[in-house]
Design a protein around this ligand. Sequence first.
Ligand code: PEP
Length: 246
Amino acid sequence: MAQKRVVGNWKLNGSLAANEALLGALGAVAGVDVAVCVPFPYLAQAAARLRGVALGAQTVSEFQSGAYTGEVSAEMLADLGCRYAIVGHSERRTLFGEDDATVGRKAAAALRAGLMPIVCVGESLAEREAGRVAEVIGRQLDTVLAVIGAPALARVTVAYEPVWAIGTGRAASAQEAQAVHAGIRRWLGERGGAAAAAACVLYGGSVKADNAASLFAMPDIDGGLIGGASLAARDFMSICQAANGA
Ligand code: PEP
């Protein structure tokens, strides 16, 4: 099983002043890879302040360099000390039109620069109610695989984030999440062999200090991708501690 990992996603939040307190209150937790994905303008501030906590970005360009105004490449993120780049977050898919193929190209760009992509997958409520969870997640993952190739799967973190659980306060139950994670683990093993089956599979969607332990206790849940609760240092560190105990 992969080492436990807890990754904060600040989304579009923060200021230089507010970040000082939050970053200063984060720290290493034994047995857990802790990381935060901050907005681009604050990567340098976070890199300078963090100790024992890895850095990531919330998205990345599929392009390396050139006439792509406003884009930020994976090489630039690596230059700033990032280890991770989230790709395919449902907010990027829904609000910014990123499709499965784009997500695949972004994952490939991250890998090219030596970053670990955190590939987000997950179904909408309508898709869950229609019994299409496995089909939707299989399609999302298959498209990424077609771009990056099977050997790269071992260098990917997958985040299962049911869209209906993100920012809603309604997390998947530990059993609901475990069932999907087991399917993702199976998919990884079938496509990429033993190394891929050992890849880290995170759960995201309304993880809080009070539900983290039960989620992380599940055999195929290797940690969490944390949105809202990563903005409060005490909550985020409690979630990291829950991963340590799991
Ligand atoms: C997220 O943004 O990836 C997320 C899981 O958000 P929240 O924890 O707020 O549901």
